[in-house]
Design a protein around this ligand. Structure first.
Ligand code: GDP
Ligand code: GDP
Length: 436
């Protein structure tokens, strides 16, 4: 099910983003010398000794208009809420500071395991000073250097040692979906409305994280669903809740744990930059995707409104041309009853397998109707194709030379596949391989 979550906390400039990048195995992103530079990557997948986990850099979650101390306290709260293990990062150069102690105070109050790491231990001579940090009360401090990549392995050993033991896997034959979107689009209202219309199976299944609660329900026709992370969607009244980065973090975690993602837009406010970023993540993750336009009751309607809105969505989200769009209202329940069927259909498409013979008929017809491109007098030859994966459906196409596959021709083939089979709601991937 869901992977454990590790959060890195600590006051600004201790090297959180350097450590994050080390652990995430991402060396491309250069740590700036400027403190507090805005970071885009605050969430990443990571792996150590065959254990997969997700990593959060709380330092990237800026809570504007708040004093410095409030900010770092809030970041610690987020770590407690979101993580299974916290890496508390401090700086050997400054020693223990007041701010470190404030963070420690907050971490004491939670039951989340904490691993203390002392950063910027760039050379062995500095190691003796690490013992000063025992005073923070989190046991053995781990000496690391984010910049030089020292000590990261030992730190990660300690971290995975503290992962919760996975609860026995519950037989899950339900379709897992989540609602994502920026604050105020109506996610919690939709959660309540959807659950109100369906038969909720009483026992909630707790994920690995305390805070992640999945709710199971069956629709009228007996189909089983799991709505992912309904607890996270509910309002909790924390000050960081409406920050953009926190919303992104929530969205990314929900995407990770779902088969199908419902990207919720607010009909009243139209499309914002943040909507596009959130939808972009869902698309890149290769999940099944449905665009849900909520608050449709607030839109002054004439016959063209629906088409007009749809046209705008198609323009703004060109890469989501496969996603169905539904116009709903959590308030009046308009069209909500259609959602379970639509989610089921998208799930079927997301897990669809096409027989090679059928696929090749389609490919050969496509090639006959529109000859393959040439480059430097060399023509692309397509020998055959085969589906190699589902979720999303992925096809390998064997060719004479992958470099001859032009982007537009690949798109043509994808469209031909889509015309022959129902893949609505799911991305499909085409991979060219040279035939040996
Ligand atoms: P954050 O604000 O906690 O995310 O800190 P950053 O990762 O942005 O790092 C703050 C500063 O510390 C930058 O100038 C980094 O180059 C520097 N820094 C990070 N890790 C190390 C390290 O291991 N050794 C040294 N000497 N400097 C480091
Ligand atoms: P979230 O932050 O995405 O979870 O959004 P909420 O569910 O908290 O909704 C934000 C506000 O929009 C609340 O005041 C809701 O009552 C209101 N709201 C949500 N859905 C609808 C809807 O379909 N129609 C109308 N008129 N208001 C809605």
């Amino acid at each position: 099910m869901s992977n454990p979550v590790v959060a890195v906390v600590g006051r600004p400039n201790v090297g959180k983003s350097a450590i994050f990048n080390r652990i995430a195995g991402e060396r491309i992103s250069i740590v700036e010398d400027t403190p507090g530079v805005t970071r885009d990557r605050i969430y990443a997948h990571a792996e150590w000794l065959g254990k997969d986990f997700n990593l959060i850099d709380t330092g990237g979650i800026e809570i504007s208009d708040q004093p410095f101390v409030t900010q770092i306290k809030q970041q610690a709260e987020i770590a407690i809420d979101e993580a299974d293990v916290i890496v508390f990062l401090v700086d050997i150069k400054t020693g223990v500071t007041d701010a470190d102690e404030q963070v420690a105070q907050i971490l004491y109050r939670s039951n989340t395991p904490v691993v203390l790491a002392v950063n910027k231990v760039d050379n062995p001579e500095l190691r003796s000073q690490v013992f000063d940090f025992y005073s923070l009360g989190f046991g053995d401090p781990y000496a690391v250097s984010g910049v030089h990549g020292i000590g990261i392995g030992d730190l990660l050993d300690a971290v995975i040692d503290k992962f919760p033991t996975q609860a026995a896997q519950i037989e899950d034959d339900s379709i897992r979906f989540s609602l994502i979107g920026r604050p105020n689009v109506g996610k919690s209202s939709l959660v309540n409305a959807i659950l109100g219309e369906n038969r909720v199976i009483v026992s909630n299944i707790a994920g690995t994280t305390r805070d992640a609660i999945d709710t199971r329900f069956t629709s009228d026709d007996g189909a089983k669903f799991t709505m992912v992370d309904t607890a996270g969607i509910k309002k909790r009244g924390k000050i960081y809740e409406n920050t953009e980065k926190y919303a992104m973090l929530r969205a990314m975690r929900a995407i990770d744990n779902s088969d199908i993602v419902l990207v919720v837009l607010n009909a009243e406010e139209g499309i914002r930059e943040q909507d596009k970023r959130i939808a972009g993540y869902a698309h890149e993750a290769g999940r099944g995707l449905i665009i849900v336009v909520n608050k449709w009751d607030l839109v002054d309607k004439n016959t063209h409104t629906l088409d007009g809105f749809e046209t705008i969505i198609r323009q703004e989200f060109q890469y989501l041309s496969y996603a169905p769009i539904v116009f709903v209202s959590a308030e009046t329940k308009q069209r909500l009853a259609k959602l379970p069927k639509l989610i089921q259909r998208v799930y079927q498409n997301h897990t669809k397998r096409i027989k090679s013979a059928t696929l090749n008929d389609v490919l050969m017809d496509a090639i006959a109707a529109n000859p393959t491109p040439t480059q430097n007098n060399k023509r692309l030859r397509v020998f055959y194709g085969t589906q190699v994966a589902i979720q999303p459906p992925t096809f390998v196409v064997f060719v004479n030379d992958p470099d001859l596959m032009h982007f537009s021709y690949e798109r043509y083939l994808e469209n031909q596949i889509r015309q022959s089979f129902d893949f609505s709601g799911t991305p499909i991937h085409l991979i060219e391989r040279r035939r040996k």
